[in-house]
Design a protein around this ligand. Structure first.
Ligand SMILES: Nc1ncnc2c1ncn2[C@@H]1O[C@H](COP(=O)(O)OP(=O)(O)OP(=O)(O)O)[C@@H](O)[C@H]1O
Length: 289
């Protein structure tokens, strides 16, 4: 059987204090896909991102990202000598270094990540600045490259943080509630921008979100997790035509999908509490996606 670009196989993750965040977690993601992870609070969504970013090692099971294993504690990568997988990260809080301009902040991955790093100090710096400016223009921040972070609004900073996550053309983009702190209008604007960035660059994306409309707007597949210890309960394909628009997000099929996800998560929360479910959940089928 061919392996997915991203593959978690029967992963268990126990934190130092003894909390088991993930158990029997299996998830495969194809290259170029856009997958959203949703589920009850504390079910282990961010833990999956940390495993893929290499910030954590699984207690047992296997985590493969782009053919490289992030194995059980102490294991060596299987593909010795291969360059590290290029990963982009964006979080709810778009932390920027205040002493750098927005352009310089966006260029940070090019300073750190190979193969860009070796050229950064030499001939490519001007070229990299142009690349940062082009991305900033794409997210509506043309002319803001010379500003400092404190001169931008929260929504503008989050746009810049998406540029920083993408500037080194990551193969894998990990997004942890990147729009969670924004007002609804700004958030919806950024969905549109995110969709365009994904359609033009086609990184593999794993998005963690509590916003079910956001997951249905952006993702090709939505994975619903159980309450902690988290595992993937159900996976939904989302076949709505692209580019998706705010208008299309008011179609009945879109609303039905969101409602079904909501009910599935409500049920997962109840299962986590080991109490009978007060909601009757129809099978997640039959929605014209
Ligand atoms: N460093 C840590 N040490 C101990 N326990 C942790 C640590 N990080 C997370 N946890 C616990 O592991 C579980 C999963 O956490 P995680 O942050 O992955 O959940 P989540 O689904 O992303 O949560 P939320 O949706 O609320 O952001 C939670 O019970 C959390 O308290």
């Amino acid at each position: 059987m061919s392996q997915s670009f991203i593959q978690l196989s029967d992963v268990m993750l126990r934190y130092g204090g003894g909390t088991i965040a993930l158990d029997h977690t299996t998830l495969g993601i194809d290259r170029g896909d856009f997958v959203a992870l949703v589920g009850p609070s504390g079910c282990g969504k961010s833990t999956i991102l940390k495993l893929l970013a290499g910030l954590l090692r699984p207690t047992s099971g296997a985590v493969i990202a782009g053919g490289r294993e992030v194995g059980p504690a102490g294991a060596r990568p299987t593909a010795a000598g291969r360059p590290a997988l290029r990963i982009g990260l964006a979080f709810q809080n778009p932390t920027m270094l205040p002493w750098l301009t927005i352009r310089e902040n966006v260029m940070i991955p090019l300073k750190i990540v190979e193969p860009f790093r070796q050229d950064y100090a030499r001939k490519k710096r001007g070229e990299y600045a142009e690349r940062a400016d082009a991305l900033l223009a794409q997210v509506g921040l043309r002319g803001f490259g010379d500003k400092r972070p404190w001169q931008l609004s929260g929504g503008m900073l989050q746009r810049a943080s998406l540029c920083r996550a993408l500037v080194h053309q990551p193969e894998l983009l990990l997004l942890d509630e990147p729009f969670g702190a924004l007002d609804q209008f700004t958030r919806e604007e950024l969905w549109d921008i995110m969709q365009t960035l994904w359609m033009t660059q086609r990184p593999t994306v794993l998005l963690v979100t509590h916003d079910l409309r956001e997951s249905a707007y952006l993702a090709n597949r939505i994975c619903v997790m159980s309450a902690r210890p988290g595992r993937i309960l159900e996976t939904r394909d989302v076949d709505f035509a692209r580019p998706r628009t705010l208008q299309s997000s008011y179609d009945p099929a879109f609303g039905a999908l969101v409602q079904q996800l909501r009910m599935r998560i409500a049920e997962a929360r109840c299962e986590g509490d080991a109490t009978p479910s007060p909601v009757s959940v129809p099978a997640l089928q039959g929605v014209a996606a």
